[in-house]
Write a protein that binds this ligand. Structure first.
Ligand SMILES: *[C@@H]1O[C@H](CO)[C@@H](O)[C@H](O)[C@H]1NC(C)=O
Ligand SMILES: *[C@@H]1O[C@H](CO)[C@@H](O)[C@H](O)[C@H]1NC(C)=O
Ligand SMILES: *[C@@H]1O[C@H](CO)[C@@H](O)[C@H](O)[C@H]1NC(C)=O
Length: 378
């Protein structure tokens, strides 16, 4: 562990030292010889993430993309009004387009299924707690998943939602991990590892009358063509139906606090360079109208003074500093536990950051007539 930690510290120091030169190099049409710092930073990046390239030409191309990405991360860092830190990540040698193809949805929304936008009327008027973090409730949030090279964020987000609701319904005494592979192999709506939407996953679960466990029917990272094994295994969880919440952050917070984690779909563009902190995007840096990545919303809170002081040091002095603590959402990603804040990230709350209000969806695992009141962990 120690060498890895030292490596990333070196990388950061080098990165800061090399930035001015990176920007200079990119300013000119012909960048000429690459600055030594950039080459060293790239070498460290390759070591840290074990990336190698087939030919010198490919190496040169990736180095060029890496330089562009460092400059972009630097710009994002200067422009961000939250506390986010952007920099070298394992995606730093990919173009924006490649990154989108690696993880994003391929097809555009063909049309939202006919689920009504529910107001969540029974939750209205409930006092909203100042913070809510379902990770603190034992057994509710399953471990961070890793999509690897499969564009199945939609199925992983749906699985996280079902697992959380199932645990809450059983009063935290009975947690399950459900099979994402079953949703990929057996769904007719989603496109397996080529993309899909969260409702495709829910429709598959309804159609299959439940889901097998992750243990019995484990994730493989590819789709078995015409090999749905749903009938082979015992079901461990099932859903009643699913609903879409109103596109309003107050409603989403109410529902989250009183019912449990929900899935949202966002524009993922900034996550390519994200390391930690609260991202405060603008419509220019993260277009909220087009979304391509589904994740699980697990809580909300506000940034601490300490966190803001840290962010202050990275921010350009000409930027206005926030006067109050920054409200944020906590989101569970599916890119492994080494990404972001141990697999999670935070987005500004109250500005429809990256289109977070576009498709807030949740399954229902409870019969509406027998509702148990649930609340956030303390
Ligand atoms: C590094 O990547 C190579 C293939 O590119 C692989 O064979 C090797 O196992 C990887 N090493 C580690 C430590 O992940
Ligand atoms: C529902 O399941 C049946 C098989 O049990 C399958 O033939 C059908 O395509 C499925 N429909 C959807 C929408 O997934
Ligand atoms: C996300 O936002 C960026 C910046 O506005 C935009 O360039 C990009 O096309 C958006 N992503 C998608 C999938 O539309």
């Amino acid at each position: 562990m120690a060498p890895a930690a030292r490596l990333s510290c070196c990388l950061l120091a080098l990165w800061v030292a090399g930035l001015v030169q990176v920007k200079d190099a990119l300013g000119a049409q012909d960048p000429g010889p690459q600055p030594l710092e950039l080459k060293e930073a790239f070498m460290l990046f390759q070591m840290q993430f074990n990336h190698s390239y087939a030919s010198p030409a490919e190496h040169a191309r990736r180095l060029h993309i890496f330089a562009h990405n460092l400059a972009r991360a630097q710009r994002l860092q200067e422009e961000d009004l939250g506390t986010a830190e952007f920099g070298v990540t394992r995606f730093s040698d990919l173009t924006e387009e490649e990154f989108g193809q690696l993880h994003g949805h391929r097809r555009a929304a063909r049309g939202v299924p006919s689920v009504g936008r529910e107001v969540g009327s029974e939750e209205q008027g409930t006092l909203l707690p100042p913070t809510c973090d379902w990770r603190k409730a034992a057994g509710v949030i399953s471990p961070i998943r890793d999509q690897r090279n499969c564009r199945c964020c939609w199925a992983m987000a749906a699985a996280g939602n079902i697992e959380a609701l199932w645990a809450i319904r059983h009063r935290h005494s009975h947690s399950v991990q459900v099979s994402v592979q079953e949703m990929l192999d057996c769904g007719r709506c989603g496109d397996g590892c080529k993309g899909g939407f969260v409702w495709d996953a829910f429709i598959t679960v309804l159609n299959n009358s439940g889901l097998a466990s992750e243990k019995d029917y484990p994730f493989e990272g590819t789709v078995r063509a015409h090999r749905c094994l749903a009938k082979r295994y015992k079901k461990v969880a099932w859903i009643q139906d699913f609903l879409m919440l109103r596109d309003d952050e107050q409603t989403i917070a109410q529902y989250l606090a009183t019912q449990g984690p929900i899935t949202v779909t966002i524009n993922q563009t900034l996550l390519q360079h994200y390391k930690k902190g609260v991202i405060r995007a603008t419509p220019a840096t993260c277009d909220p109208r087009t979304v391509d990545h589904s994740v699980l919303l697990v809580g909300f809170g506000r940034s601490t003074a300490e966190e803001e002081q840290q962010a202050e040091r990275l921010r350009s002095p000409s930027r206005p500093r926030p006067r109050h603590s920054i409200p944020y959402w906590i989101l569970k990603n599916s890119w492994g536990p080494d990404w972001g804040e141990e697999g999670y990230f935070r987005l500004h709350r109250g500005s429809n950051a990256c289109g977070i209000t576009k498709y807030p969806l949740s399954a229902r695992v409870d019969r509406p007539v027998k509702k148990h009141p649930v609340s956030c962990p303390p």
